[in-house]
Write a protein that binds this ligand. Sequence first.
Ligand code: HEM
Length: 159
Amino acid sequence: MLYALLKTLHLLAVIVWVGGMAFVQFFLRPSLAQVESPPQRLNLMAAVLERFFAAVLVAVLVIVLGGAWMIGEAHQQAVATGGRLVMPLAWSLMTVLGLLMAAIFGHIRFVLFRRMQRGLAAADSAAAASALAQIRTWVSINLAIGTAIVVMMGLGLPR
Ligand code: HEM
């Protein structure tokens, strides 16, 4: 029961993270041209990203800690039945790629986004815009990795 609950939370957190990145990249960003003044555009993006990144921070904790707990539980089940856990390849790949995504998120949130906020605070639009451009690139990379994990888990790996 707890396993099923954690798996459900894991999936909900993945939806918030991957779905949120898709929304920002494919829907919000192209529509920003409607806002005429570039500083206003940057301020709007900073406000949206601040809220989104706070949610992603929680999602990352739920995904990584819940994922680790599920692996521990599977290990205990295997030991209890006299065997040992042989991690499916898909689980190992998901763990490695998931940790890579978490590290990339850390770089986005705590290096690039802070740089963007500092640029805005100093009314240095060029610095803020350059940090935002880098955030965009890294979010695209995380979106691609996250989508690849979901496709891999959905389709299963060929044997
Ligand atoms: C450290 C990171 C992660 C760990 C340790 C982890 C671990 C796990 C585990 C143990 C399961 C349960 C599998 C099962 O019961 O069949 C699972 C399910 C799943 N995970 Fe992760 N995960 C991680 C990150 C991610 C990320 C980043 C994504 C997607 C962006 C993801 C997507 C999924 C999906 C779609 C499932 C459901 C698979 C199914 O029901 O067959 N995981 N994860």
